[in-house]
Write a protein that binds this ligand. Structure first.
Ligand code: SAH
Length: 224
C-alpha cells in the first residue's frame, strides 16, 4: 500500500527496496550475500525524512554538511570489489573511511563481518551514524570512531579490507601500511579532477593495483 501525499508506508519501502535489488542485479551485481544485505537494510532510515521517498532510487542524496550518501549501485560495487573472488568470511577485520550516515557500514554489518571499524571526521555525522545504526539494530559489531581517516587506526591494524568512501588525491600511506598481507583496499582516487575507482591488493611481494571504472565521491579531507 502506498499512501499518496503523506510519504511512503513501510510496505511501500519494502517494495521499493526489492525493486532496487532487482535493478542492482540487472546492473551486474552478482554476489547473493551482498544483494541480500542490501535487500535487508532499510536505507530510507539513513536519509533525512524529506528524502525518504527517494532512498531506493539509484542516486546519491545529500546528507547535509556538504556530504552525500553514495548511490546504491556504488555501495554494491564497492562491497563486491572488496570481497571479489573471496568468500565473505565473517572473521575479518574491515576498516571504512568516511562513515557519513552509516549506510555502507550497515551493509558490512548485515554481511555479518565480525570486526568493523568506521572513521568519520565530522562529529555531527559520526553521531548521526551512531543513531542510525542503533535505530536499525546494527550497531553491535561496529566500532565508530570520530577522527581523521587519512591516518587510519594503527592500533587496530592490520585490516583484511579497507574501503574509502571519500576520494583522496593520492593513496594515504598510513592506510597502505595498515593493510594485511593478502588484504585489499578499495578506493576512489581523484586524478586531476576526474575520479577512478581502484583496487589495491597487498601481497608479500608488494602492491597490485587495478583501475576499475570512473566514479564520483566527495573529497577525502587531508590535513596532514
Ligand atoms: N559511506 C558513507 C558515505 C559518506 S560521504 C555513507 O554510506 O553514507 C564521505 C564521508 O567521508 C563524509 O561524511 C566526510 O565527512 C568523510 N570524510 C572526508 N574526509 C575524511 C577524513 N579525512 N577522515 C574521515 N572521514 C572523512
Amino acid at each position: 500500500m502506498i499512501r499518496v501525499g503523506q510519504g511512503v508506508s513501510w510496505t511501500g519501502f519494502e517494495l521499493r527496496r526489492a525493486r532496487m535489488v532487482a535493478r542492482l542485479r540487472q546492473m551486474g551485481i552478482t554476489r547473493e550475500e551482498i544483494l541480500d544485505a542490501m535487500g535487508t537494510v532499510p536505507r530510507h532510515l539513513f536519509v533525512e525524512e524529506a528524502l525518504r521517498s527517494r532512498a531506493y532510487d539509484d542516486m546519491s542524496l545529500p546528507l547535509g554538511l556538504g556530504q552525500t550518501i553514495s548511490q546504491p549501485y556504488t555501495v554494491a560495487v564497492m562491497t563486491q570489489l572488496l570481497f571479489a573472488k573471496r568468500p565473505i568470511k565473517t572473521d575479518q577485520r574491515i576498516l571504512e573511511i568516511g562513515t557519513g550516515c552509516g549506510y555502507q557500514t550497515a551493509i558490512l554489518q548485515a554481511l555479518k563481518i565480525r570486526e568493523i571499524y568506521s572513521v568519520e571526521r565530522l562529529h555531527a555525522l559520526h553521531e548521526r551514524a551512531k543513531q542510525n545504526l542503533r535505530a536499525v539494530r546494527l550497531l553491535a559489531q561496529v566500532r565508530l570512531v570520530c577522527g581523521d581517516g587519512y591516518l587510519g587506526l594503527p592500533q587496530q591494524a592490520p585490516f583484511d579490507g579497507i574501503m574509502l568512501t571519500a576520494a583522496p588525491k593520492e593513496v594515504p600511506l598510513p592506510l597502505l601500511q595498515q593493510l594485511a598481507i593478502g588484504g585489499r583496499m578499495v578506493l576512489p582516487l581523484d586524478e586531476g579532477g576526474v575520479q577512478f575507482l581502484w583496487v589495491i591488493d597487498k601481497t608479500a611481494e608488494g602492491f597490485q593495483e587495478t583501475c576499475v571504472q570512473q566514479t564520483l565521491f566527495v573529497p577525502l579531507v587531508n590535513d596532514n
